[in-house]
Write a protein that binds this ligand. Structure first.
Ligand SMILES: NC(=O)c1ccc[n+]([C@@H]2O[C@H](COP(=O)([O-])OP(=O)(O)OC[C@H]3O[C@@H](n4cnc5c(N)ncnc54)[C@H](O)[C@@H]3O)[C@@H](O)[C@H]2O)c1
Length: 312
């Protein structure tokens, strides 16, 4: 199976690349960033911008993937700093990815959407089909990406599928999302013995450990089309408060000091998102079920982060 990942140098793409490569896929990456050290030698790396159609088209034509994971994006916190750039990367980039898939015979496009498509005032937990009135440019562009992909599915029969990821946590480098505080607690807690969290202790948003997120992508990609009643699915795992994250870190990293000092911009973004999502449709259609709760995730994550930062 030939697979191309746009944004494959990022937090999700890096882990997915190794995951798919280990399953025997022939993986190519398209990213504006240079390839990292330690890449498997048979991974092909195309360097370019998704917002420049010709660069993406040349790569897709050359790589000839059957499946394209479209991850290249600017995330919520970064997007608010440079909204015009976020519009270009996320909107034009997604249009270019879908068009490249249509032009060059890519069979399936997997899209990474987000809980940032939701705005304030929704039911708790929030189901899939609600009015989408996001508060950030990131959310606006992801709503548009979901709708455009569904249009390509209807109009040109492109097999377009995606999940609305919660905040994702792994032993990696976070990419400028508003939920990055959770991962920073573990990384800075282990590396520096302390972390100042930029949201209130009671802040609660949906979160997921990366092994669950990768499994969701692969299971949805593999699901028989006849079972899928929609293109985009909510997926849920855990919704700890920021304080509960701090307690989970403290339990496993003795002596760590986690304090809270609110950044009003990022707090406002977080407060516009749901506390929990309802993933009943994903469970019913393709058997989705998260496997990691906060304790199981923390037990697995802390040794990996210790190894990553070299502090034992
Ligand atoms: N990480 C999360 O918590 C989270 C949550 C919900 C959804 N998502 C979605 O998952 C996807 C991957 O997220 P991530 O956390 O890996 O993000 P990330 O910021 O770590 O990675 C994004 C990648 O896109 C690349 N990129 C940026 N601009 C580009 C351009 N113009 N052309 C080509 N590449 C470009 C970056 O170099 C980077 O490698 C994104 O679409 C994001 O919206 C992530």
């Amino acid at each position: 199976m030939k697979i191309l990942i746009t944004g494959g140098a990022g937090q999700v793409g890096t882990d997915l690349l190794h995951h798919l490569h280990a399953r025997g896929a022939k993986v190519s990456v398209f990213d504006i960033a240079a390839p990292p050290e330690g890449l498997p030698p048979d991974v092909r790396w195309y360097r370019g911008g998704v917002d420049t159609a010709s660069e993406l088209y040349d790569a897709v034509k050359d790589a000839g993937p059957e499946v394209m994971y479209h991850f290249a994006a600017l995330l919520s916190a970064t997007g608010e700093k440079v909204p015009h750039r976020a519009y270009a990367v996320n909107m034009e980039g997604t249009r270019n990815a879908l068009e490249a898939a249509r032009l060059f015979g890519v069979k399936q496009v997997m899209f990474a959407s987000t809980i940032a498509v939701f705005g304030p005032g929704l039911p708790d937990p929030v189901p899939d089909d609600v009015p989408l009135q996001p508060a950030t440019i990131y959310g606006v562009t992801k709503v548009a990406g979901e709708l455009l992909g569904a249009y390509y599915h209807r109009k040109w029969k492109l097999d377009f599928r995606g999940v609305r990821f919660p905040g994702l946590i792994n032993a990696g480098v976070p990419g400028g999302g508003t939920t990055d505080y959770a991962l920073h607690m573990y990384v800075d807690g282990i590396r520096h013995g302390k972390y100042e969290c930029y949201v209130k202790p009671e802040s609660t948003v949906p979160m997921m450990y990366m092994p669950d997120a990768l499994r969701a992508l692969v299971e949805l990609s593999d699901a028989p089309a006849a079972r899928l009643k929609r293109c985009i699915y909510n997926i849920a795992a855990v919704s700890p408060t920021a304080l509960e994250f701090a307690q989970a870190v403290k339990k496993r990293v003795p002596g760590v000091e986690i304090t809270f000092k609110v950044d009003p911009v990022r707090q406002a973004i977080l407060d516009s998102w749901p506390r929990r999502v309802d993933d009943a449709c994903a469970r019913a259609d393709w058997g989705w079920k998260a496997q990691y709760d906060l304790a199981k995730m923390s037990d697995d994550l802390v040794p990996k982060i210790r190894k990553m930062v070299g502090v034992f």
